[in-house]
Design a protein around this ligand. Structure first.
Ligand code: ZN
Length: 409
């Protein structure tokens, strides 16, 4: 199949699908895609009859490198304590910061490997990883180094983002600008050591203002980083408009994005990365306005936002169901949002997210009779086989008679 650019608006309804097709792989790359296997020599053949075959999924927004966990906060959330209040009490992200600072680099590496293994087992073959649980020079560097080690050693293709400006640490409570200056001071070293491609900031009430974010990101842009923004997640501050102004590769969350912000997103290349798993887990009723975005021509991607506080799940297939039920996205839009558009949202549009001859053979075989089966049958893992660079790295025993999957019962 021909490679395509990111799909915007109504084009997200387009899905290139072949029935009873053949995918050939050689030397880790896709070597053939077509309707017939006539004349093709192969050392091994996988019969995918009754199954769905897709490109490996791309998860373009995760916080996969962190210490500890936050299960004790669930009770607070059940009592209706707002996240910003938990944050004020030194809980929330600040407790993860404490655990991440205390953890050794090796421990963080092992822990993140575990989570990446699980993401792979759910069909993700390319993912983004943000720092942001150090909030000091030493720990942010430690997180970025872990991400780089994972890039070099783990089967997952990983894209690294520096999110030093994720929250204001206790030490800088009265001096957020001083903290941002300290984080800006890291950029040269991050660039030289190639520890991150993107710089991100949490633009939110009680965290960083639009003005602080603009200044911070402009300086990152001058140093040659791509930009991302945690924008308008809780309050509609104008982070969406800022992302457009600065030519960010993506604006993420966007639950509170204004009509003007959405209109402007549609006119630019900035991709809206929506994270409905987070809205669900925070117990909110109002989700990002994906329908309006797509109808107005925005390029939408979906991600887990995997993190220990507001979305502790590696299961991107569950996000498909949230996208269908709460964002009202169609199955076609969801698949585009988790493959081609997700890849473009992290600068990997030319490498991942599509099955194209000559590209890496990152392929998932699903125990599903068609592509709309996944958002429908929810909460479980439908992966049968994950192939990364042409090698099987995860394979489930065929315990289901796939013919019965498509029966009418
Ligand atoms: Zn995030």
């Amino acid at each position: 199949m021909e490679s395509a650019g990111p799909r915007a608006g109504k084009d997200m309804q387009q899905l290139s699908m072949l029935e009873e097709a053949v995918v050939g792989m050689k030397n880790g790359k896709v070597a053939y895609i077509g309707k017939t296997s006539k004349g093709i020599q192969a050392d091994a053949i996988i019969d995918c009859q009754g199954k769905l075959v897709t490109p490996g999924l791309v998860d373009p927004h995760t916080h996969v490198v962190f210490g500890g966990s936050r299960e004790h906060e669930m009770a607070l959330k059940q009592q209706g304590v707002p996240y910003l209040d938990i944050l004020k009490q030194g809980g929330g992200i600040l407790s993860t910061v404490e655990r991440t600072r205390a953890a050794s680099e090796d421990h963080l590496f092992e822990k993140a490997s575990f989570h990446l293994d699980r993401m792979l087992s759910y069909g993700v073959t390319t993912a983004e990883a943000k720092s942001g649980y150090g909030l000091d020079v030493e720990t942010e560097m430690k997180q970025l180094k872990v991400a780089k080690r994972l890039q070099q050693t783990h089967a997952m293709d990983l894209v690294s983002t520096f999110l030093g400006a994720h929250a204001i640490p206790q030490e800088y409570k009265e001096d957020p600008q001083g903290f941002l200056d300290e984080m800006l001071g890291m950029l040269d070293l991050i660039k030289i050591k190639e520890l991150a491609e993107f710089v991100d900031i949490f633009t939110e009430t009680g965290v960083f203002t639009v003005e602080q974010s603009r200044d911070f990101l402009l300086k990152a842009k001058e140093k040659g980083f791509g930009l991302k923004i945690h924008a308008d997640e809780i309050d509609p501050l104008g982070g969406t408009e800022l992302a457009v102004d600065l030519g960010a590769i993506s604006a993420d969350h966007l639950v509170g994005a204004s009509n003007e912000g959405i209109k402007r997103l549609a006119t630019t290349g900035t991709i809206a990365v929506l994270l409905p798993g987070t809205t669900f887990y925070l117990g909110k009723d109002t989700f990002a306005r994906a329908r309006k975005m797509i109808d107005e021509g925005v390029t939408v991607a979906l991600a887990t936002d995997f993190n220990p506080g507001s979305c502790p799940t590696e299961n991107i297939q569950l996000i498909m169901t949230f996208a269908a039920l709460r964002l009202k996205m169609t199955p076609e839009e969801i698949w585009n949002a988790m493959t081609v558009n997700a890849a473009y949202a992290i600068g990997r549009g030319e490498q991942a997210g599509q099955l194209v001859v000559g590209r890496k053979a990152d392929v998932v075989i699903w125990d599903a009779p068609n592509y709309f089966y996944l958002p429908y049958h929810y909460g479980v893992n439908h992966v049968n086989t994950v192939i990364k660079n042409g090698r099987i790295i995860s394979k489930r025993r065929d315990i289901v008679d796939t013919v019965s999957l498509s029966s009418k019962s």
